[in-house]
Write a protein that binds this ligand. Structure first.
Ligand SMILES: O=P(O)(O)OC[C@H]1O[C@](O)(CO)[C@@H](O)[C@@H]1O
Length: 503
């Protein structure tokens, strides 16, 4: 008999299990015909419009999921996270990525200390450093401005910054700020990735930013040594001080590597590696050099808006809570383990790879946070591509092979409007026609003309999306009663790899 502390032992869980039979007797088409139900399944906050009416759920389902949230003490767990309690029990740490984007005057405590001033001290240092590099007052060993950056990191120290860079590259305001600059990423230990990351770059005009929370990750450290060699051979060992900086919690190892501690940007162990996309350094440092701090500050403000919403909105109006509960419903009750992330925006091309890590590394667990083996599966198998590319790739399986819950993400206003003479709609509206049609094709729901009459308000902005997914993943873990903030399974792989390397 599993411990009573497991969520699957509660009456609320069993009630939902029985409810599955009711839902199986319905068809999504019928659920979609119930206008009152569909209207009750839309929520809007700060320019994000969520329509979850195409989920195989009814209002009764939602009521039962809110009761499950109570049984899981969801609100208490959110409060404990925001209060800086060590909810990452296995590593005895707070989980305070919300502090990374808090307003300067906010008070967020970890172990009794308000950490927000520390965050802003680093943000101000980044702002100053980025401005010096961008303006040319910080130059390389031969006196040339550093117009190119190679960010070395892997996992959350790579996928998040890559996602944001991909989203900003085609934004006209951001692109203007980045004129004449290149930002490259080096993640894989494969020397092909090294070659690609420095192809066409000169050491004289390149700044290497080593991004590593631990400063021990084997791939990152070998890549850092490889680029250190590339710079030293071209410019001499003394050049390291001008061409390499680091972001890490481990300043001792940063200094041991040969980087001046004054050129290191510290961050804290209360930030999980994959939750660090909004980390002052992992993301903000290379991107502030590329685009300027002002653009990135908007990004932080967007995430902060979602943090406030997640903390204060009722569960019925709470975007991350609704999405997290629906994920639990799909995985643990309807038996749909996968989730497709389908942004109808090429700028969001790297959202799915990033969320894959945040979600699957957080919630792919086999024991509860108390170490009790779980009699049910947790986590989602995330995958996705931007629309309409995915429609010409894997959608067939979703249409006629399996039921796969999908996150269709649409953006009202294009970054790059194009409207050819003689075309019925603009290129962006051609894209959005598919955005509206596909969910209905899958759900046999409303016709596209009905949908187009709907008043889909303000556009999605990437940073709010990220914060929503971060908190949605935390909600899933809180409900499943697991630790979404450690990754011991991955650690095992790392230690085995170093054993193989040594042998
Ligand atoms: O930033 P670090 O310490 O180099 O770790 C890189 C990545 O490796 C992991 O620890 C395991 O994949 C991730 O959580 C992290 O983002």
């Amino acid at each position: 008999m599993a411990s009573a502390s497991l969520i699957c032992e509660t009456g609320e869980w069993k009630d939902l299990k029985e409810h599955v039979e009711d839902i199986k007797r319905t068809h999504l088409r019928d659920l979609m015909d119930d206008n009152e139900r569909c209207k009750s399944m839309t929520v809007e906050y700060d320019g994000i419009f969520l329509d979850y009416s195409r989920q195989r759920a009814c209002q009764e389902t939602m009521k039962k999921l809110f009761k499950l949230a109570e049984a899981a003490h969801l609100k208490e767990k959110i409060n404990r996270m925001y209060n800086g309690e060590h909810i990452n029990a296995t590593e005895d740490r707070s989980v305070l990525h919300i502090a990374l984007r808090a307003a300067r005057d906010a008070i967020i405590r970890s172990d009794g200390r308000n950490v927000v001033p520390d965050v802003w001290c680093v943000l101000d240092k980044i702002n100053d450093f980025a401005e010096r590099v961008r303006s040319g007052s910080w130059v390389g060993a031969t006196g040339k401005p550093l117009k190119d950056v190679v960010a070395v990191g892997i996992g959350g120290s790579f996928l998040g910054p890559l996602f944001v860079h991909t989203a900003l590259q085609t934004d006209s305001e951001a692109a203007e700020c980045a004129k004449g600059r290149q930002l490259r990423f080096l993640a894989n230990v494969d020397p092909v990735d090294v070659a690609r990351s420095i192809s066409g770059l000169s050491p004289e005009t390149t700044l290497v930013v080593i991004v590593s929370k631990t400063f021990t990750t084997a791939e990152t450290m070998l890549n850092a040594r490889t680029l250190r060699e590339w710079i030293s051979v071209a410019l001499g060992p003394h050049a390291i001080a001008k061409h390499m900086v680091a972001v890490s919690t481990n300043l001792t190892l940063v200094e041991k590597f040969g980087i001046d501690p004054n050129n290191a940007f510290a961050f804290w162990d209360w930030v999980g590696g994959r939750y660090s996309v909004l980390q002052c350094c992992c993301c903000v440092l290379p991107l502030s050099i590329q685009y300027g701090f002002a653009i990135i500050q908007k990004f932080l403000e967007g995430a902060c808006s979602i943090d406030k919403h997640f903390y204060s909105a009722s569960f019925e109006e709470n975007l991350p809570v609704l999405l997290g509960l629906l994920s639990v419903w799909n995985v643990s009750f309807l038996g749909f383990p996968a989730r497709a992330i389908l942004p109808y925006s090429q700028a969001l091309e790297k959202l799915a790879p990033h969320i894959q890590q945040v979600s699957m590394e957080s919630n792919g667990k086999g024991v509860s946070i108390d170490g009790v083996p779980l009699p049910f599966e947790t986590g989602e198998i995330d995958f996705g591509e931007p629309g309409t590319n995915g429609q010409h790739s894997f959608y067939q399986l979703i249409h006629q092979g399996r039921v796969i819950p999908c996150d269709f993400i649409g953006v009202v206003k294009s970054q790059q409007p194009v409207y050819l003479k003689g075309e019925i709609v603009s290129n962006h509206d051609e894209l959005m026609s598919n955005f509206f049609a596909q969910p209905d094709a899958l759900a046999y729901g409303k016709t596209s003309s009905q949908l187009q009459n709907e008043n889909v308000p303000a556009y999605l902005i990437p940073h709010k999306l990220l914060a929503i997914y971060e908190h949605r993943i935390a909600v899933e873990g809180f409900i499943w009663g697991i630790n979404s903030f450690d990754q011991w399974g991955v650690e095992l792989g790392k230690s085995l790899a170093s054993q193989v390397e040594n042998s």
